[in-house]
Write a protein of this length. Structure first.
Length: 368
């Protein structure tokens, strides 16, 4: 197992406040990867008007919520599972499938390895290579699959590289995994931010493959990490039954149901989010592509990975520089296969993006 070093998570603002003496309310977090628009006005209104929902239990089957999610994703309600954040669904999936040997495409989110270890399994990593700009070499990757592997874990778009695997590539992976009796867990937390989401999302593949389990949530795109509303999509009815049998009832509270049924139908907020992220991400990417201080990798998520090219500057140096100006970025030296030359930061509103870039480039920046 790869050892993960300590780091500041995007939610660790209390630690930052204690160590740096900066009030958490004053910090702009470029580390949390959360939609900078915040909670939509429509959602605020719905929650305030329907506060009495907490006076009764939610529907045990979450029928209307699952129907709403299915419409949003373009699938059927019977393919939808809901959970207390995607972390609950990851845990339940691991408990049921009980993989003894998992293969994870990395560098990526550490929670997968943790859950696999808690279930008694071991984790191997297939590293994305910098020389390939952290894009998966599918042909080489397929050659590493064999029957000793029980589970493959893919984050798509991947965190922290922001690279993606297309649906056509995913089909080839699923075919090879089917031949080797490997289940595939795909985390699509960031897919809604992608300009080419229709070419990336594996949801349509759940109609044809029963060895895929897709995870999504509302924490990042809908700016609601505290809501703890996650969902999964799978066409494997035996797995659905097993998870529903094991999971505790009512893990989604009544207000989260109201929120879900509101946010997935909030087309104006969804449009505004995609327009903001797409435009700002493209402007940031163009600027950094032309700057000699960094190498930036083509992003599909709402965040960018950059490599520091200056020999005398580290990711910790830039973290310190940014946090002292009340901005928090991610020092990526804590991820497997990355070192102290990599940083990650998410896309925010124009004024904040320019302020961060001015800090990272140590000069005044105006995006166009």
């Amino acid at each position: 197992m790869i050892k993960h070093k300590d780091h500041f998570h995007g939610s660790d603002l209390e630690k930052i406040e204690e160590i740096y003496g900066i009030r958490r309310e004053e910090i702009v977090s470029f580390s949390a990867n959360v939609n900078p628009l915040g909670v939509s006005p429509r959602l605020r209104s719905a929650l305030s008007k329907q506060i009495d929902a907490i006076t009764s239990y939610p529907d045990r089957e979450y029928t209307s919520l699952r129907k709403c999610i299915a419409e949003y994703c373009g699938t059927e309600p019977e393919h939808i599972l809901v959970g207390n954040g995607s972390t609950e669904l990851i845990s339940l999936f691991i408990q049921i499938e009980h993989p003894q040997k998992a293969l994870v495409i990395g560098p990526t989110y550490s929670e997968y390895e943790r859950e696999i270890a808690l279930g008694g399994g071991t984790t191997l990593y297939y590293p994305l290579k910098e020389k390939d700009n952290f894009h998966l070499n599918v042909e080489d990757f397929l050659s590493h699959l064999n029957e000793s592997i029980d589970l493959l874990v893919i984050c798509n778009p991947n965190n922290p590289t922001s690279s993606c695997i297309t649906r056509n590539e995913m089909r080839h992976i699923l075919d090879a995994c089917k031949q080797n009796d490997i289940y595939v867990m795909v985390d699509e937390t960031y897919v809604e931010f992608a300009d080419n989401m229709d070419e990336i999302s594996a949801v349509p593949l759940t109609h044809y493959y029963n060895n895929i389990f897709i995870l999504r949530g509302t924490s990042k795109f809908f700016a609601a990490p505290g809501l703890r509303l996650g969902y999964a999509i799978t066409g494997n009815h035996d797995l659905m039954k097993a998870i529903n049998t094991r999971k505790n009832p009512w893990t989604i509270n009544s207000l989260a149901v109201v929120a879900g049924e509101t946010m997935f139908r909030d087309t104006e907020y969804i449009r505004q989010t995609r327009e903001l992220i797409s435009g700002e991400r493209a402007a940031i990417y163009r600027l950094l592509q032309e700057h000699p201080a960094y190498k930036v990798y083509e992003p599909s998520g709402n965040f960018l990975l950059a490599r520091i090219l200056s020999e005398d500057i580290t990711s910790q140096d830039l973290f310190d520089r940014a946090i002292r100006r009340k901005m928090m970025i991610r020092d990526c030296s804590t991820f497997p296969f990355l070192d102290n030359k990599y940083i990650r930061f998410c896309v925010m509103k124009r004024e904040d993006n320019e302020r961060l870039l001015s800090c990272l480039l140590d000069s005044d920046v105006r995006l166009s």
